[in-house]
Write a protein that binds this ligand. Structure first.
Ligand SMILES: [Zn+2]
Length: 146
């Protein structure tokens, strides 16, 4: 596979390949320790909780809570200029709030976001105006009425 240009993620890179394979199948997948059952993110070489070296990609619910976010109106890098305004955020998963995902928030007004509000994963094409191709990426949105 041709290596995509920055900032598109390289979906074939081994440490995160399972994450992108999951996204392509509309599943949020996180490495889970075979020994102690803990979810680990960002994918480590060994479990952060017990040191176990066997980790298996596991689909999670995709539900979580909004930990933090920012509203970017002027992109720091020119590659992101066509995406602005956008809302990068950090979401903690319902299955284990120690798991914090850096993500994009979609389908929402940044003025209306609230710390700890329930969010859910959605899968959207990620693309950039000057880069060929696109990648299906997990993003999050507030759960309506949640
Ligand atoms: Zn473990």
């Amino acid at each position: 596979m041709k290596h995509p240009g920055f900032p598109l993620p390289d979906t074939s890179w081994e440490p995160t390949r399972g994450f992108w394979e999951g996204a392509a199948a509309s599943e949020l997948r996180i490495p889970r320790c075979d020994a102690c059952g803990s979810l680990n993110w960002y994918p480590p070489p060994a479990c952060r909780h017990c040191g176990g070296e066997a980790l298996t990609w596991r689909a999670v619910s995709g539900r979580g809570q909004l930990f933090s976010w920012s509203h970017v109106t002027r992109a720091l890098f020119k590659e992101y200029a066509s995406k602005a305004p956008y809302i990068p955020g950090i979401v903690v998963l319902d299955e284990d709030p120690r798991v914090r995902l850096v993500t994009l928030l979609v389908d929402c007004n940044p003025e209306g976001l609230v710390v700890d509000e329930p969010v859910e994963c959605v899968f959207r094409p990620l693309s950039f105006s000057e880069i060929e191709g696109e990648v299906i990426a997990p993003m999050f949105r507030p759960i309506q009425g949640g």
